[in-house]
Ligand binder design. Sequence first.
Ligand SMILES: NC(=O)c1ccc[n+]([C@@H]2O[C@H](COP(=O)([O-])OP(=O)(O)OC[C@H]3O[C@@H](n4cnc5c(N)ncnc54)[C@H](OP(=O)(O)O)[C@@H]3O)[C@@H](O)[C@H]2O)c1
Length: 195
Amino acid sequence: MTRKITANAYMTLDGRGEFPKYPGSDRRSEEINALFREMWAKRYDDVTTVVMGRRSFLGHRRVWTEKARKPTDQEFLFEYSRYLDRVDKVCLSRTLKSPGWENSRIMKGDLGQILSKLKREKGGNIMVEGGPRVINEVARRNLADDYWFFIMPVVYGKGPRYWGNIPKGTQTTLKLVETVPGEDQEILLHYERIP
Ligand SMILES: NC(=O)c1ccc[n+]([C@@H]2O[C@H](COP(=O)([O-])OP(=O)(O)OC[C@H]3O[C@@H](n4cnc5c(N)ncnc54)[C@H](OP(=O)(O)O)[C@@H]3O)[C@@H](O)[C@H]2O)c1
């Protein structure tokens, strides 16, 4: 079975990788909502490798391990943390010497070659989880089989940019396969690579 590569990105309307507040965004829910399930929970059975740029990897290591959970956190957050602890994680870095997180390894080099190498390894699907710089390269070079974009209804004006430095003349055209509306005016856009 070929390992599918999915790129996953959350962003504001102006393409910033932040979670700003907007009406409904800070409502606490014990139950997982449809968008969290689609973006982060649906993968537990089939995604066995998660790829992150060094900055995102270190951010996730700080806040998403099970050890980092607070006792008051909802069970679905614990479940996601347990998943991230156990999944094979690839940290892209030319500077980090040791990942310092179980089931993690560091890879460096050309991103297209790294993803091709991962694709040839045994395992389930592969999720490229960010950050914006890595997603930018994946989208610019069309390296993923499909893409999920979680768009929040805010023009934010700050935070890391996904689309800041796309060279002139670059074009990636994707096929929209699904849109999933959220409860609070967010939207998920699911695209596939055009073969
Ligand atoms: N899903 C997410 O995690 C997510 C989503 C949205 C926003 N954010 C936020 O975005 C920020 C980080 O995103 P970012 O775009 O600035 O950085 P990033 O993509 O997480 O990491 C960039 C780093 O990845 C390494 N890298 C990338 N490609 C590589 C390659 N082919 N070979 C070797 N190393 C490679 C380099 O690390 P070295 O410098 O070590 O070589 C590079 O500096 C954080 O503030 C985070 O909170 C994260």
